[in-house]
Design a protein around this ligand. Structure first.
Ligand code: KIV
Length: 267
């Protein structure tokens, strides 16, 4: 049975925590469906985790659509959220509607936009047109230059109040959930209690309604140097080490004549 935004809202009402994970390709999407992960985010973290960019800023709509289609083929029954990349919703509501429509045509069920006040009108216009929107507040990676680096947000009283006001405004505008990234635990807890829609935390402590991680961090296939994982992430399986070891063993086997052997040959 397909997962819908109503399921997430019911989870919040009933106090059931849920998770979202990122995916960028067909096989990962299939595996996450097998693991019964309800929500997949095709994040613009595609940029730094898959495409080798320094951050998310260079990611284009064309790249997002390419990966969104692959994920949609792999897990059509999960709730699929497509990130609107930097520049795809900054000019006008019309631009945002056109790009969000393209993500839905690519198989996404909802889109995610970063930011507070300035994006609220866009969120309202998208939701009025039947496009579900997930908000994203706090350490929003598309603002890395404005923040002067990837810094925890909402630490001062003023910044904290701004994030809470933005969260209420996004809910009012029709957002169905809000990612809270890189904010103090107490702020995430306050926002979670204040909102009727689910909060999804990453680096926001355990009090959110849901959690999200980047699949590459969870699997240890990461651009972070080993031992320099962000404080909020946990490596659940070191697939990075497994890949290196498997590639080395394969190369050794070929060099030493152990592979392919007769059992792997056609006769
Ligand atoms: O792009 C992404 O993966 C995200 C998550 C960090 C929430 O926005």
């Amino acid at each position: 049975m397909s997962v819908t935004i109503r399921d997430l809202q019911a989870a919040k009402r009933e106090g059931r925590r849920f998770v979202m994970l990122t995916a960028y390709d067909f096989p990962t999407a299939r595996l996450l469906a097998e693991a019964e992960i309800p929500v997949i985010l095709v994040g613009d973290s595609l940029g730094d985790n898959v495409l080798g960019y320094a951050n998310t800023l260079p990611v284009t709509m064309a790249e997002m659509l390419h990966h969104a289609r692959a994920v949609a083929r792999g897990a059509p029954d999960l709730l699929l959220v497509g990130d609107m990349p930097f520049g795809a919703y900054h000019e006008s509501c019309e631009q945002a509607i056109a790009n969000a429509a393209d993500l839905l045509k690519a198989g996404m069920h909802a889109v995610k936009v970063e930011g507070g006040g300035w994006v609220v009108d866009t969120v309202a216009r998208l939701t009025q047109r039947g496009i579900p929107v997930m908000g994203h507040l706090g350490l929003t990676p598309q603002s890395v230059n404005a923040f002067g680096g990837m810094r925890v947000q909402g630490r001062s009283d003023g910044a904290r109040e701004r994030i809470l006001t933005d969260a209420r405004a996004l809910e009012q505008a029709g957002a169905f959930a809000i990612v809270l990234e890189g904010v103090p635990r107490s702020l995430a807890a306050e926002a979670t209690a204040a909102l009727a829609i689910p909060t999804i935390g990453i680096g926001a402590g355990p009090d959110c309604d849901a959690q999200v991680l980047i699949i590459h961090d969870l699997l240890g296939i990461t651009t972070h140097t080993r031992g320099q994982m962000p404080k909020f992430a946990r490596v659940y399986a070191d697939v990075g080490d497994t890949i290196v070891s498997a590639a080395r063993t394969y190369a050794d086997d070929v060099r030493e004549g152990r592979f392919p052997d007769d059992a792997h040959s056609y006769h």
